[in-house]
Design a protein around this ligand. Sequence first.
Ligand SMILES: *Cc1c(COP(=O)(O)O)cnc(C)c1O
Length: 431
Amino acid sequence: MDHFQYRDGELCAEAVPIRRIADDVGTPFYCYSTVTLERHYRVFTEALTGLDALVCFSVKANSNLAVIATLANLGAGADVVSGGELKRALVAGVPADRIVFAGVGKTTDEMAAALKAGILQINVESAPELEMLAQVATSLGREAPIGIRVNPDVDAHSHVKITTGKRENKFGVPLADARELYRRAAKMKGIRVAGVAVHIGSQILTLEPFREAFRRTAELTQALRADGHDIRWVDLGGGLGIPYENETPPTPAEYGALVKSVIGPLGCRLILDPGRLIAGNAGVLVSRVLLVKAGATHDFVIVDAAMNDFIRPTLYNAHHAIVPVRESADGAVSKEVEVVGPVCESGDTFGRTRRLPAIAGGDLIALRTAGAYGAVMASAYNTRPLIPEVLVRDDAYAVVRERISVDDMLARETLPKWLATGTRAKRKAGR
Ligand SMILES: *Cc1c(COP(=O)(O)O)cnc(C)c1O
């Protein structure tokens, strides 16, 4: 359920017509709905009622400060995977003791920043990382609260690029090695064992992989307690899928019931780090049609957004509904077209065979379910600068990230000395 609906024939974000934003801000841009973000967060937390659970929004899904702050206001923590995301979470107002730091490779600077901030838990993914962290913590005179991320060897049956819990993946410590690593951790200066962590992938559409991963994690937790470790936190990761096309993922209530039955009996405090579930359907990507080009086999609708702005269709073959911003009249003739961006790659396509009503240059379209892994994965390929992000709340909207200009981009580049004097490049650059 989201709050991007037609009103009087115009697609709106809550009570704001998308067209109005497009006219003010220009295209392309990302548009997020506050009410949708809040609703998804509430539905998820309510599904966990009765558990001592902390929901840490996975910042990598959508790391805009305003999005993080919206969720932080409701009490959300943050799951971060870099020093940059840690800083974002802190700046957005997430209390340090609600931040968890995950990821397979952290620099010593990132570790130090996390320790100085005093975050809740650092999830460690290997023995060498544990040793690095112990060193950093000792040199700062601190103790690092750690969880060890285990790899439960469970197939999430998701896209190969977002499956993380199989033994051949780079993530986590094999279950069979976990007890030994905890034994070592418990003896290390600068390390305090706090929890166990698991995360098996993203866009998971059935409960079974979760059930299996949680079962194995529960077993391990009991074994670790029997070994004398004080395991207070179990971090179950994120990964619950959402509908993009006609998928029917488990509901948060079903997921919550599973967590209760498998993990509840441990009596631990829980961390859950959903990303996509919170942000995915809370955002759209709005783009303007440049022109319609007749191809040899089908027509191409060429739009001003491209794979650099939104890479999910190219990277994961992801399906995103494409809808016209002006609602098509009932019974309007529709035609099968391919919607593509202007980037010089054949992979720069948003939908190969889409039925769209008669559409022409100047029309606006929206790609739905673009709130997660959208803006955060953008690049500036083809010298196409990063596009704005807009947050709507009821009948108001705010630009929460400005459009970057080409001049901003060029200002960060300099010519080396041997090119900078009296050359053609210098004269051209006008420097
Ligand atoms: C990416 C990630 C998540 C979020 O996954 P979603 O599928 O967006 O819910 C949660 N935890 C960890 C450790 C992650 O790396």
